[in-house]
Design a protein around this ligand. Structure first.
Ligand code: EPU
Length: 389
């Protein structure tokens, strides 16, 4: 198990930049399956989820080459349509590959995906959408078998604007006969990045970023080169890291519009933020104050920033309230924060934090990716010398 040792108590000051988006890269890598040709992706972050996705693509028969932040995928020689259970369990987004495999070959076999333990995370909306596209689904011995003679465009209304279901249905319908309309689609920027990449590859999609996405099926796709957008959650995490240490800094390669709710909440806490094109300056101070946060689908406040803000608010003056509306199990990090001296209570989907002047060092366990980031932030604040809030 990997561990980080953080010597906290120092203000973060300086300049850094944001990498390519994890959650945009994953569906875009899946999209490379659709063309049967070559996809060159730039600005791909060097992280485990990308490695797992590359591993699955290789098992399917793709060639995948990485050179620094560039990944080249060729999907001409795909030899199996089955995603191995072991790799499905490694991460949630493995399920997105299913949509692309079905989209190209009209059949796929996969099992239920794993991923961070932040809630039950069903895939019913993905499967209901596949059925609407004329795909037969048989669940047997833990495996999901999808088969279709042909995939025919349909109108699909999602009960909830699920990011993964929206992406999977876009991928499954790019090469379908006729038009697919996804209503109540997720509006996250990662969906827009996927649309842009697919259209560059020859797809005919419009509406990403709104609640209605229209996909007109095309017959073939072509080689594509595409640069992944910056990671909005990494940008927010870097800003909060500076904020919690009461430091100041500059973050480059940010799309400010993507992090508008994060900027608004940091300002409400008392941080000074200046936006200039893709550069954000932040200046924190010793008088940060508690606020209220409610997570919502985009353009609301992102659930992926909830735990990181949770760490920050643990150290802000007064009482803060966090309401988690997306995942039912995303407060686990709070019990770990308490080991460091945080004062908080959890009641269902609500957490209430009472700001403390100091946190102390402790051994803590990361329960999921963003919860881990929250604990790193708390570690940065721990043992600081100036203890006035
Ligand atoms: N849901 C269902 N049925 C489904 C699909 C989703 O009930 O078939 C529910 C989920 O259980 C959850 C809600 O809908 O309560 C939202 O889930 P969604 O499908 O939107 O999330 P996701 O696609 O599984 C992506 C990101 C997550 C991010 C969420 C919400 C990727 C790879 N993952 O997950 O990112 O939290 O959207 O924005 O894009 C992370 O990066 O740490 C992370 C967890």
């Amino acid at each position: 198990m990997s561990s980080y040792i953080i010597e906290g108590g120092k203000k973060l000051e300086g300049e850094t930049y944001v990498s390519g988006s994890k959650n945009a890269s994953l569906p875009i890598m899946a999209a490379s399956i659709l063309s049967g040709k070559t996809t060159k992706l730039y600005n791909v972050p060097d992280i485990y989820d990308i490695k797992f996705t590359s591993d699955i693509l290789k098992v399917l028969g793709c060639t995948v080459k990485r050179n620094k932040n560039k990944i080249t995928i060729n999907s001409k020689q795909i030899k199996t349509h089955e995603i191995p259970d072991k790799l499905m369990r490694e991460m949630r987004s493995s399920v997105i590959l299913a949509g692309a495999i079905i989209g190209r070959f009209k059949n796929a076999v996969f099992s239920y995906p794993g991923g961070c333990d932040i809630g039950s995370r069903p895939i019913d909306l993905h499967l209901q959408g596949f059925k609407k596209l004329g795909i037969n689904i048989i669940e047997e011995s833990g495996f999901i078998k999808c088969m279709a003679d042909k995939i025919v465009g349909a109108e699909i209304h999602l009960d909830f604007p699920s990011v993964g279901a929206t992406e999977n249905l876009m991928l499954a319908s790019v090469l379908a006969e006729g038009e697919t309309i996804i209503k109540n689609a997720a509006r996250e920027p990662e969906i827009q990045d996927l649309q842009e990449m697919l259209n560059k590859m020859g797809a005919n999609i419009e509406g990403a970023g709104t609640g209605i996405i229209r996909i007109k099926g095309v017959k073939t796709l072509k080689d594509v080169s595409y640069t992944i957008m910056p990671d909005r959650i990494e940008a927010g995490t870097l800003l909060c890291s500076i904020a919690i240490t009461r430091g100041k800094g500059i973050i480059r390669n940010v799309i400010p519009e993507h992090i508008a709710p994060i900027i608004a909440k940091l300002e409400e806490c008392g941080c000074k933020i200046q936006v200039n094109s893709d550069i954000i300056k932040i200046e924190s101070n010793n008088r940060l104050k508690g606020i209220e946060i409610k997570t919502m689908p985009y353009p609301g406040f992102p659930t992926d920033m909830q735990s990181v803000f949770g760490a920050l608010l643990t150290t802000a003056k007064g009482t803060s309230v966090i309401i988690e509306n997306i995942f039912e199990n995303r407060f686990k990090y709070i019990n770990e924060l308490k080991r460091m001296g945080a004062k908080a209570t959890i009641e269902g989907k609500m957490a209430v934090m009472k700001g403390v002047r100091k946190l102390s060092n402790a051994e803590v366990n990361s329960t999921d990716l963003r919860g881990g980031a929250a604990l790193i932030l708390a570690g940065l604040f721990a043992n600081r010398k100036n203890k006035s809030k």
